[in-house]
Design a protein around this ligand. Structure first.
Ligand code: COA
Ligand code: AMP
Length: 631
């Protein structure tokens, strides 16, 4: 079948399409039907009984794949490699799940996981789903305060963490961050489990903290607990427009069905293949394509602790692909830009045997045509952009390589996947003509695997996604569709920016800046960056009679963002200005400031209060070195 036939078969019978896809999953009780008109946006396979861990691990052992590697851990930072078979993984996960259960963790309890890229992070996720506990993984590059916000929202019974993460040339001590987060959070977990890594052995707090091995000593392994199809498998927090992140919920059954479908049909991966997504378990890519999808399919997943450059060089990606026989590789364009900067001719590629590789998939940010071209010229393989979000958990638009390798149009993530009726709407919610820019929305219902609501925040879910365009899910992205049905994703319609493939909220950064005692008013914008796609840039208006120098205050707010949000925000520059450009109704003209910083043509908006302020902003930007030379 070709893509068009597959898409049409979904469109003509969505229920039948997803019930058919559901046949690939092992059910304790199969769903009686696919779609349930319940909850704020509907639910999938709600009356089924099923277990995620069984489908990702145990069933492959039962089917004779017990000796196949499930996880290959490759850490150029520690210089180690480790392989875990499906049987090893089952035994380890069952033991950890048993230990959690023995300490009172059960179905519906939340467990926060704060771990770097080690196999134990996946084991912790799977141990939770094994007993019906709901995990919430927090990315290691976030500061203690971000962790505390998530602790207070998810109210975990337990936290599973590692003593440290390893960044090139730097040990990130997780344990002090964890302790500080628990101290400042109103909610306290019953206990913590700490994986001690030899690079930094953490002090444990008696009674509360348990060392990973000791915690599991002598416990009865736990069997898989079947849960309802609409039981949350996990909560993953993502950036919104404020400092309060949104807790995206993932229901169990839809997650299993959609990810399993995507693996074969989008990535061309089947049981026994090796798949590598070079992201982090703290992001949605890590949840879907480092942990769950490859394992559900019975493929081997590569867990990589390193960076595309500097660990030790720009050949690392090619080494890992060659050494482990990776068939499909998934990364963010920024990683390839980093490689290209260090090894412009791609000479290091020639040092490795990449014959196993069939395609490279890019997502997380817009894939610029230069990056795609550079890879195509050197690998002579399909390089495929695809577009999705934490909220959807899998591709809204992709080049469905496993069905048909469709012609690539650089700058487009290709076409809508089955389940997604993508429409481009104007401000009144009316579909616009082909080629016209508008808000990208998906006609409800969303497909299986996508968010049914936000944790503890149904009203916010409705407001953020459903209210602006009744009958649609609002993606927060703007773009257009061409005459062949190819989508083009051009910009966000909100205050979210994308820094090195990491989704961040400028609103959250503004809240931090505004908390500095000398700051009267502030704005944070995302400006173009040749490596990271975008980086944040702050503007500060100071209170009268501030004694401290401007440079000192700028340094202090940079340190404050690193301390409150984390190093991953990559917030390095703040400009002190007299006034911010605003409309007469008081709205800060952020989009105009972005254009000024990027060196684009700017005409003062008709609604501007005082156009002279734009000259002041341009002067401040010049002092800070903007616009920058790109490329
Ligand atoms: N734990 C602790 N700190 C972390 C971290 C983690 N898991 N991940 C990143 N950081 C820190 C980095 O050490 C860096 O700190 P610094 O300011 O002290 O240098 C800061 O956060 C910014 O990190 P990053 O955005 O990764 O920038 P970088 O300059 O270290 O590396 C790239 C640049 C392009 C090589 C890197 O961003 C990359 O590999 N990106 C791939 C994108 C990706 O995986 N996206 C996920 C979505 S698909
Ligand atoms: P996240 O929730 O972190 O996965 O970020 C999702 C957002 O990243 C999307 O809403 C887009 O703004 C952006 N994004 C992800 N993939 C792409 C892509 N292939 N092209 C353009 N933007 C993308």
């Amino acid at each position: 079948m070709e893509y068009r036939q597959v898409y049409d078969s979904w469109k003509s019978d969505p229920e039948g399409f997803w019930m058919d896809a559901a046949r690939q999953i092992d059910w304790e009780r199969p769903p009686s039907r696919a779609w349930f008109d319940q909850g704020p946006a509907g639910e999938w396979f709600a009356d089924a009984l099923v277990n995620t861990c069984w489908n990702a691990v145990d069933r492959h052992v039962e089917a004779g794949r017990g000796d196949q590697p499930a996880i290959i851990h490759d850490s150029p930072i520690t210089g180690t490699r480790q392989s875990l078979t499906f049987r090893d993984l089952r035994d380890r996960v069952a033991r950890l799940a048993g230990a959690l259960r023995a300490r009172g963790v059960g179905k519906g309890d939340r467990v926060i996981i704060y771990m770097p890229m080690v196999p134990e992070a996946l084991e912790a996720m799977l141990a939770c789903t094994r007993i019906g506990a709901i995990h919430s993984v927090v990315f290691g590059g976030f500061a203690a305060r971000e962790l505390a916000v998530r602790i207070d929202d998810a109210k975990p019974r337990a936290i599973i963490a590692a003593s440290c993460g390893l960044e090139p040339g730097r040990i990130v001590h997780y344990k002090p961050l964890l302790d500080a987060a628990i101290d400042s959070a109103a909610h306290k977990p019953d206990f913590c489990v700490i994986l001690q890594r030899e690079q930094a052995i953490a002090d444990l707090i008696p009674e509360r903290d348990h060392e990973w091995q000791a915690f599991q000593q002598g416990v009865m392994p736990a069997d898989c607990v079947a849960v309802e199809g609409n039981h949350p498998a996990y909560i993953l927090y993502t950036s919104g427009t404020t400092g309060q992140p949104k807790g995206v919920i993932r229901h169990t059954a839809g997650h299993l069905v959609a990810l399993n479908w995507s693996m074969g049909n989008i990535y061309g991966i089947n049981a026994g293949d090796v798949f590598w997504a070079a992201s982090d378990v703290g992001w949605v890519v890590g949840h879907s394509y480092i942990c769950y999808a490859p394992l559900i399919t019975g493929a081997t997943t590569v867990v990589f602790e390193g960076k595309p450059v500097g660990t030790p060089d720009a050949g690392t990606i090619w080494r890992v692909i060659g050494e482990h026989g990776v068939k499909s590789f998934f990364t963010a364009p920024t990683a390839i830009r980093a490689v290209k900067r260090e090894d412009p001719e791609g000479e290091l590629i020639g040092n490795y045997d990449l014959s196993s590789l069939q395609a490279v998939f890019l997502a997380g940010e817009r894939a610029d045509p230069d990056t795609i071209q550079w890879l195509e010229d050197r690998l002579h393989l399909p390089v495929l952009d695809h577009w999705w979000q934490t909220e959807t958990g899998w591709s809204i638009a992709a080049n469905p390589f496993g069905i048909e390798h469709m012609p690539v149009k650089k700058g487009s993530p290709s076409v809508a996947m089955p389940g997604y009726d993508v429409q481009i709407l104007d401000d009144a919610g009316t579909p616009v003509p082909t080629g016209t820019l508008g808000s990208i929305a998906v006609k409800l219902p969303l497909p299986p695997g996508t968010l049914p609501s936000l944790w503890n925040a149904e009203a916010r879910f409705r407001k953020a996604y459903l209210e602006r365009f009744p009958g649609y899910y609002e993606t927060g992205d703007a773009g257009y569709v061409d005459e062949d049905g190819y989508l083009y994703i051009m910009a966000r319609t909100d205050d979210v920016i994308n820094v090195a493939g990491h989704r961040l909220s400028t609103g959250a950064m503004e809240e931090v800046l505004a908390s500095h005692p000398a700051v009267a008013e502030c704005a944070v914008i995302g400006v173009a960056d040749a490596l990271k796609g975008e980086v944040p840039l702050g503007f500060l208006c100071l209170k009268r009679r501030v004694e401290t120098g401007n440079d000192q205050i700028a340094r202090e707010v940079v340190a404050l963002v690193r301390d409150r949000i984390g190093p991953v925000a990559a917030f390095r520059t703040a400009c002190v200005v007299e006034r911010l450009p605003k409309t007469r109704s008081g709205k800060i003209l952020r989009a105009t400031m972005v254009k000024l910083a990027n060196g684009e043509e700017v005409s003062a908006p008709a609604t501007i209060d005082d156009p002279v302020i734009l000259d002041e902003i341009a002067a401040a930007l010049r002092d800070a070195g903007y616009p920058r030379q790109q490329g």
